[in-house]
Design a protein around this ligand. Sequence first.
Ligand SMILES: NC(=O)c1ccc[n+]([C@@H]2O[C@H](COP(=O)([O-])OP(=O)(O)OC[C@H]3O[C@@H](n4cnc5c(N)ncnc54)[C@H](O)[C@@H]3O)[C@@H](O)[C@H]2O)c1
Length: 328
Amino acid sequence: MRLLVSVGAGSLKKNFVRVHVRDHGDDVVVLDKLTYAGRRENLQDVEHEFVHGAIEDPRAVAEAIDGADAVVNFAAETHVDRSIAEPDAFVRTHAQGTYVLLETARARGVRYLQVSTDEVYGSIAEGSFTESSPLAPSSPYSATKAGADLLVSSYHHTFGLDTLICRGSNNYGPYQYPEKLIPLMVLNALHGDRLPVYGDGMNVRNWLFVEDFARGIGHVLEHGVPGEAYNVGGPDECPNIEVVRRVIELTGAGEGLIEYVTDRPGHDRRYSLGSEKVRALGWEAQVRFAEGVERTVAWYRDNAWWWEPIRSGEYRAYYERQYGRALS
Ligand SMILES: NC(=O)c1ccc[n+]([C@@H]2O[C@H](COP(=O)([O-])OP(=O)(O)OC[C@H]3O[C@@H](n4cnc5c(N)ncnc54)[C@H](O)[C@@H]3O)[C@@H](O)[C@H]2O)c1
């Protein structure tokens, strides 16, 4: 099978591309704009074709899709805090970009899978969301992702395009840009920098190891029913402050580094996904949080070559704007 994967240079796509090239023998074309979060070196050990371009650019998409049997759209601006500070890129990539990819897939008649997020359902105090729960996003990130999901469904209902949607819960693992909670805490702990915790630290997330989500997406691509959405939730829920305490234990840092900071505006309290539908297709998460976080901390400890250029680049300025203090 020949797959167009837009995009391939973030952390999740790396795992997906590796599995499809190595284990399935697929040809993979990666289309990536290489924003601050996209790095060519993430794919240096996996054979693939690469097209440097944006999903909202019809010419780049036409070049990349040539000969593909399916399109898997990972492309996104993914950081909620950045969507609050600068929403425009989120609208462009999620709305216009998804539209261009869908139109191109429709013209070629190829299967289309949209990678989406649990955040489209909004916050839930008790119980878990199913795929028929209403979409109630609360940030510009989740609202534009929800809009993209609705557009994807409309292309199935209106044009009969063979579409699938995979909604994953909070991912973590190697190669994740350090603006996200776990790599942020790991790198700050390793450097003796403060560990900034939003609000009271009791926001609960449903943690999913990146390899499990990558496998889930592949599973849905292969076995999913056209027109359907599938939740892919992690096996464990955990409040942020417990995640931070676990990172402290694993890095040997002190609890005194914890600093409670002003909460994110509109911060969703709890996400929780029911994943029975994807389980019925035969997918199961394999990595529990206790193991995954240990593997993640070990990876960051051993791979300074990967994060050093980030920590000394644009990320420093972002961090200072966001938390009002400089990194060491
Ligand atoms: N990270 C999570 O916790 C999580 C959870 C559930 C779902 N998801 C979804 O999974 C997907 C991937 O997330 P991630 O965390 O790996 O992302 P990431 O932030 O690590 O990487 C984003 C990638 O998208 C590329 N990109 C951004 N805008 C683009 C555009 N207009 N055209 C082409 N390329 C563009 C970047 O260069 C980068 O390679 C997203 O759709 C996200 O919504 C992520």
